[in-house]
Design a protein around this ligand. Structure first.
Ligand code: DP6
Length: 367
C-alpha cells in the first residue's frame, strides 16, 4: 500500500483518539488443544488439511495493548512478556505486526506498548503462540474498532481477529473462539479464518477435562513451523490429507452422537499419526520420549482393564494431554496419581478443561 494511501486511511480515524494520552485494550485468549491436527501449510499460512480443536479454560494469555499516536508519525513497539523483556517473543510479535500492517496501516504511525502474560508455564505442553497471538490479534482489532467510525458487528470482528491471528500462527486462528473450533475444512482457499463448530455436540462431550502430563519441559528440538515445512515433500502427504479429512468428519459425527469410544479411537489415531509423520519426515525427528510412550501404554491398559473413559492426545512435543468427561474425574485423577504422576518430570501435571473463549477483562483483573 502506498504512503498516501496510509495517510488517507489514518485520516478516517477520529483525531481525538490519536492524542498523546495512551489508550488501552485488553484481551484474554485461551490456549487450545487440537484433536484433529493441523500439520502442513500451503500459500500464505493456510493449512493443507482440516483441524478441530478444543479451547481450554484456565490456560490463557492476557495481553494489554496501549497505543497512542507516535511523535513525528514514527511508529514504535515496546514489548514485555510476564513483565520482562523477551527478545525471542518480541521478534515474533514484531514480525507479526509487520505482516498485518497492510490491513491496519494506522499501526505504522502509532506507539504500541504490548504487555503479554501467560498464566501457564512455558514448556508445559501447551503451545503459547496460539493464545499469545490470538489475544494480540483481538487487541489490534479492538483498537481498529475504537478508532474507526463505522463498525460491522461481532461476527466480522471475530472472523477478522481469527484471520489476523492465523497470519501469526495457524493454531492461533482457533483460539479466538471457545468450545470446539474448526479450521481448514473447505480446502479450496477460503480457509483464511477458523469458525466455531456449527454441528451439534452431545451433552456428554460439551465439557471435558484435560490433564496435561508433563514428561519434559525442555525446549523443543524443532519448531512447529519447521515441522510444517517438512510436510511439503513428505512421501505420505496426500494420504495424510485424506486421513485428516476422514478423521475430521468422523470426529464431528462422534461429537454429535457422544460415542466416547469412537472419540478415543479418532483422537489417539490423530496424535500418533502426527508423530509418525514427524518420524518419517526427511530429516525425521522424534519429539516423544520414554515417559510419553509408557504413559500412552498405561492409559490404554487401564482403559482395557476398567473401561474408563479417557483419551490421550499430543501436540508437537512429548507431553500428553489426557481428556475425560466430568463423571470420570475422581477415577482418572486417582489413576493419574497412582500410575502416571511418577512418569512425569518432577511429578508435574496441569489441570484444565473446555473453555468459553476469549474475554475482555477489567484492567485491574491481573491474570
Ligand atoms: C501440532 O500453529 O504452532 O500443534 O502456524 O507455524 O505457528 P505455525 O504452527 P502452529 O502448529 C500447531 C501444530 C500442532 C497441531 C495443531 O495445533 O493443530
Amino acid at each position: 500500500m502506498s504512503e498516501s494511501k496510509y495517510l488517507e486511511e489514518i485520516l478516517q480515524f477520529k483525531r481525538e483518539d490519536l492524542s498523546s494520552i495512551a489508550k488501552s485494550v485488553i484481551w484474554k485468549a485461551p490456549a487450545n488443544i487440537a484433536l484433529i491436527k493441523y500439520w502442513g501449510k500451503k500459500g500464505n499460512q493456510l493449512p493443507i488439511n482440516p483441524s478441530l480443536s478444543m479451547s481450554l479454560s484456565s490456560s490463557h494469555t492476557r495481553t494489554e495493548l496501549q497505543y497512542r499516536k507516535a511523535e513525528n508519525n514514527y511508529g514504535r513497539i515496546t514489548f514485555k512478556f510476564n513483565g520482562e523483556k523477551h527478545p525471542a517473543f518480541e521478534e515474533r510479535v514484531k514480525a507479526f505486526i509487520d505482516k498485518i500492517l497492510p490491513f491496519f496501516p494506522f499501526l505504522k504511525y502509532m506507539e504500541l506498548f504490548i504487555y503479554s502474560k501467560n498464566n501457564f508455564p512455558h514448556s508445559a505442553g501447551i503451545a503459547s503462540s496460539a493464545s499469545a497471538l490470538s489475544s494480540l490479534a483481538l487487541c489490534i482489532c479492538s483498537v481498529e474498532k475504537q478508532l474507526k467510525e463505522e463498525y460491522s458487528g461481532t461476527e466480522d470482528f471475530l472472523q477478522k481477529a481469527s484471520y489476523m491471528a492465523r497470519l501469526g500462527s495457524g493454531s492461533a486462528a482457533r483460539s479466538v473462539y471457545g468450545h470446539y473450533v474448526e479450521w481448514g475444512a473447505s480446502g479450496n482457499g477460503t480457509d483464511d479464518f477458523a469458525t466455531p463448530l456449527t454441528s451439534e455436540v452431545s451433552e456428554n462431550m460439551e465439557f471435558l477435562y484435560d490433564t496435561v502430563l508433563i514428561t519434559s519441559s525442555e525446549p523443543k528440538k524443532i519448531s512447529s513451523s519447521q515441522g510444517h515445512s517438512l510436510m511439503n515433500d513428505h512421501p505420505y502427504k496426500e494420504d495424510r490429507i485424506s486421513q485428516a479429512r476422514i478423521n475430521f468428519s468422523q470426529l464431528k459425527e462422534t461429537l454429535k452422537t457422544g460415542n466416547f469410544e469412537k472419540f478415543t479411537e479418532i483422537i489417539e489415531n490423530e496424535a500418533l499419526s502426527l508423530h509418525a509423520l514427524m518420524l518419517s519426515s526427511n530429516p525425521g525427528f522424534i519429539l516423544i520420549n520414554d515417559a510419553s510412550i509408557k504413559i500412552m501404554d498405561r492409559v490404554r491398559a487401564y482403559r482395557q482393564e476398567t473401561g474408563a473413559q479417557m483419551a490421550f492426545t499430543l501436540d508437537a512435543g512429548p507431553n500428553i494431554h489426557l481428556l475425560y468427561p466430568a463423571e470420570e474425574k475422581e477415577n482418572i485423577r486417582n489413576f493419574i496419581d497412582n500410575k502416571l504422576r511418577g512418569l512425569c518430570e518432577s511429578g508435574r501435571t496441569l489441570n484444565d478443561f473446555t473453555g468459553n473463549g476469549p474475554e475482555q477483562p477489567d484492567k485491574d483483573q491481573n491474570l
